[in-house]
Design a protein around this ligand. Structure first.
Ligand code: HEM
Ligand code: FPP
Length: 316
């Protein structure tokens, strides 16, 4: 006996029932968690005071913007996501959310985030929020990602804005420390992403995305991962030796970033062989996430200690 299976691919015209969990997945909650945390730390480390309700509103706006931008990214890349093993089960390629619904959902999140930020907090913070959405959706996703292996280097700016936005929400001003916080995430992004790109290289190659290991090969990518990770050591400590953060941040940043660089050394110097499990690359990627949580968390602890008069420093 033969059976015939009819495959129905939902389109914009085909009704489908989407679960709220599918819309949550469109926001890339795993990534947004860290993005929001860095925004919160920027807000808490800034000199000055913000009404807690307004502070919560500012962080909510960053979360809505980052989630909305991530949903726009999945709306634009649904065909690409369908071609890669890592992303094929996302709500749009899996047929659980239509492209139009995803686009509308993203528009509402992004629109509301900028509007509420502008009305409740200020238009400078709202403008930077709008720039970060534009940067991730248009500059990175639509323009750079399909064109150049430097996509991450330039596109890294997309996720680097939140601490700056949190800071500006409190002070209304852009000063040295928030620019340094931007730079820290900007230069952290290439080793964070390329470590992952090394072990999902075949996915990108088969989907035709010009990521660094695909275009310039493993050896060049490994060297660049190491170079960026080493550069992070003096960069991450800059708020301390430039006098805007205290000694607790300085010591913790040297230890945390030193370990980041140490994990990048075997990645930078070794060559993978047939059937390699890519353990050093997986370890570096996993630590990159823990590292950023810890570094920004310590910045806030340092600020609390400064406020209590326990350590010296003068975040500005
Ligand atoms: C253009 C810049 C970036 C690129 C290309 C990039 C790329 C990626 C990719 C491909 C993944 C795997 C995601 C998955 O399989 O769902 C990932 C995971 C992750 N990224 Fe990035 N990333 C970037 C910037 C950032 C930024 C700025 C942050 C936060 C500040 C961040 C935080 C994370 C976190 C927390 C994860 C783990 C997510 C989870 O466990 O669900 N990334 N990144
Ligand atoms: C405030 C604001 C708007 C912030 C934007 C922050 C944001 C969501 C940055 C994330 C960058 C990111 C996850 C890139 C993933 O690369 P990819 O999209 O190439 O990954 P993929 O292959 O998993 O889709």
């Amino acid at each position: 006996m033969t059976t015939t299976t009819t495959l129905i691919t939902p389109t914009a015209a085909t009704p489908m029932s989407s679960h709220w969990r599918d819309f949550l997945a469109l926001t890339k909650p795993g990534v947004v968690r860290l993005v929001v945390f860095t925004g919160l730390c920027g807000l808490l480390a800034a000199p000055g005071h913000i009404n807690p309700v307004l502070g919560f509103t500012a962080i909510l706006c960053i979360a809505l913007a980052a989630g909305g931008a991530a949903a726009f990214n999945q709306w634009y890349e649904s065909e690409l996501d369908a071609r890669m093993k890592r992303t094929a089960k996302r709500p749009i390629p899996a047929g659980r959310v239509s492209r139009n619904d995803a686009r509308d959902f993203a528009s509402v999140l992004c629109g509301a985030s900028v509007l509420v930020m502008g009305l409740a907090i200020g238009w400078l913070a709202a403008a930077i929020l709008a720039v970060s959405i534009f940067y991730y959706v248009v500059v990175y996703t639509m323009w750079l990602k399909p064109r150049t292996p430097q996509n991450i280097v330039i596109g890294g700016g997309a996720g680097a804005f939140p601490p700056l936005i949190g800071w500006v929400a409190v002070t209304g001003d852009v000063t040295l420390t928030p620019v340094l916080l931007f730079a820290i995430i900007f230069f952290w992004t290439p080793p964070h992403f390329w470590a992952l790109a090394m072990f999902v290289k075949s996915d990108y190659a088969q989907a035709g995305v010009p990521m660094m290991p695909v275009v310039h090969g493993e050896v060049a990518t490994r060297r660049q991962i190491l170079a960026y990770a080493l550069f992070m050591v003096p960069l991450a400590a800059a708020p301390w030796y430039l006098g805007t953060a205290g000694v607790v941040y300085g010591a913790a940043s040297l230890a945390l970033t030193g370990f980041f660089a140490a994990l990048a050394v075997p990645v930078g110097l070794r060559r993978s062989v047939e059937g390699d499990t890519m353990k050093p690359e997986k370890r570096l990627f996993a630590y990159s996430i823990l590292y950023l949580f810890a570094l920004f968390g310590v910045l806030v602890i340092d600020r609390v200690l400064q406020n209590a008069g326990i350590i010296a420093g003068g975040l500005a």
